[in-house]
Design a protein around this ligand. Structure first.
Ligand code: BEZ
Length: 211
């Protein structure tokens, strides 16, 4: 059965480039990003892993643990990691799961047999500290993902987890947000004492709440 937003992320044990892990223990009350790569020693994946390594301080700032997955043997990860550092200018600084039999990939529906019956598509799962899936994105193997977008969504998820707001189209950190429709005007007065702009009764725009 497909994993949907709101489901508990399936637990698993895995060998990684940083040693064995159990996924739920690895999350340990943090946010997590689990993302798949179709195969080692492939060009698009090489650029994605290098870029994600460069973004690691941004993930750390947000308390997010990053974890890659490739349906390759652990022994093949080390040589590829050297290529990534050489060509992308950043060493891989987060664990990559070795899933040579595709067991974890299948658990997470990362293999789409009508696209390819053994390689994964480019899946991204953002998982909350409660171990629930908060975001699921899938790209085809030939299209590199936008990890700035993954960070942007994490900013939205972390904000909306703390405040009763939603974020509008193309929202970025610091921009105005929308008061959730579940919040009455009466309750909004207490929550947003600085006021808001009502464009429609269901569309109330407010400055982004701080932390
Ligand atoms: C790549 O990473 O470049 C790639 C991997 C699998 C299929 C197509 C492209």
């Amino acid at each position: 059965m497909a994993i949907l937003i709101g489901d508990t992320a399936p637990d698993f044990a895995a060998e990684t480039t940083d040693g064995p892990i159990r996924f739920h223990d690895y999350i340990d009350g943090h946010w997590a990003v689990l993302f798949s790569h179709p195969k080692n020693y492939t060009p698009v994946c090489t650029t994605e892993l290098g870029y994600t390594a460069r973004l690691k301080p941004e993930f750390d700032k947000r308390g997010v643990r990053v974890l890659g997955l490739s349906v390759d043997e652990l022994e093949r990860h080390a040589g590829w990691a050297r290529d990534i550092e050489e060509t992308q200018g950043t060493a891989v600084n987060f664990p990559i799961i070795a899933d040579p039999r595709g067991e974890i990939a299948r658990k997470y529906d990362m293999i789409h047999p009508n696209a390819d019956d053994s390689l994964t598509v480019r899946s991204v799962f953002v998982i909350g500290p409660d171990k629930k899936v908060k975001l699921k994105i899938e790209y085809p193997a030939s299209t590199g993902r936008n990890f700035d977008e993954v960070l942007r969504v994490i900013d939205s998820l972390q904000l909306t987890a703390r405040h009763q707001v939603a974020t509008p189209v193309n929202w970025k950190q610091g921009e105005d947000v929308i008061i959730s429709t579940s919040v009455s005007d009466e309750a909004a007065k207490a929550r947003f004492p600085g006021g808001w702009k009502t464009l429609k009764p269901y569309l109330r725009v407010v400055a982004q709440p701080q932390a």
